[in-house]
Design a protein around this ligand. Structure first.
Ligand code: FBP
Length: 243
């Protein structure tokens, strides 16, 4: 399958929650991948983020939206130190039609070294195909007291840049008085904010306006879209901010 080119900015629609959080995030409608793909196409999002199984069963050539395959996965059923295992190779992601690959690193976890090593290999493999690599840079573990503090989020931004990520997806910090510093720490790596749990329209849009002004390139958002009453409208409002 020919890969579509992907913009390293804008709005990416994430749909990996069934595995990451459990189907409790979903409604009768949003549990259906077809519904998500339809929303993505109507809103013309800049990318759709799927895990291997969903991509394999539901993403096809007719879809006009570039695909990001997230290569590692975990459930929240295990309560120990965070580790997300690679379940899809770069080769397989290419076969599935991916235009970019994603990978989560839990910096600060007891298992950090394995994820850092795996990410390094994946980045090299993806580069050979000309595929950008997107890092979910999520400090997490017993040593991380506040994973949304500006200090930890800026560390996550810097670590992603120094490991060669083309895009880094970060938690929105709980103090956003110096978002510019976070963007600066990421250097030439494009910074995307994660959406997080559901917010009102006003709060979400205000936060993203501040992020865009500070130099963030986009948002990778899931629950704030598929849990919304008007997902397409929300996506379009976000697109207007990051266009
Ligand atoms: P949301 O916009 O719903 O927060 O999705 C973004 C995301 O990074 C998903 O890709 C992933 O499943 C989830 O957040 C991870 O959330 P958590 O912080 O609970 O691990």
């Amino acid at each position: 399958m020919a890969k579509r080119s992907i913009k390293l900015s804008g709005v990416y629609f994430a749909y990996d929650h069934g595995m990451e959080h459990g189907p409790t995030d979903f409604s009768e409608k949003s549990v259906l991948p077809e519904y998500i793909i339809e929303i993505a196409e109507k809103a013309e999002v800049d990318a759709l983020i799927l895990l291997k199984g969903t991509a394999k069963a539901y993403y096809d050539k007719k879809c006009s939206i570039p695909l990001v395959v997230k290569l590692n996965q975990k459930t929240k059923l295990y309560a120990g130190e965070s580790f997300s295992t690679q379940t899809c190779s770069v080769d397989e992601a290419v076969k599935l039609g991916a235009s970019a690959v994603g990978y989560t690193v839990y910096f600060g976890s007891k298992y950090e070294k394995w994820m850092v090593k795996e990410f390094g290999r994946i980045e090299e493999e993806a580069s050979k195909y000309g595929l950008p690599t997107i890092m979910w840079s999520y400090p997490r573990g017993a040593s991380i007291k506040d994973d949304e503090s500006p200090e930890i989020v800026s560390y996550a931004a810097r670590a992603a840049m120094e490991l060669g990520a083309d895009v880094v997806k970060l938690k929105y910090p709980n103090d956003d008085s110096n978002l510019e510093w976070i963007a600066k720490c990421a250097g030439k790596t494009h910074v995307f904010a994660a959406g997080g749990s559901k917010l009102t329209d006003d709060v979400l849009l205000e936060k993203m306006q501040r992020a865009a002004k500070a130099g963030f390139s986009g948002i990778a958002v899931g629950r704030n879209i598929f849990q919304s009453d008007d997902p397409v409208k929300r996506l379009k409002s976000l697109k207007a901010i990051f266009s």
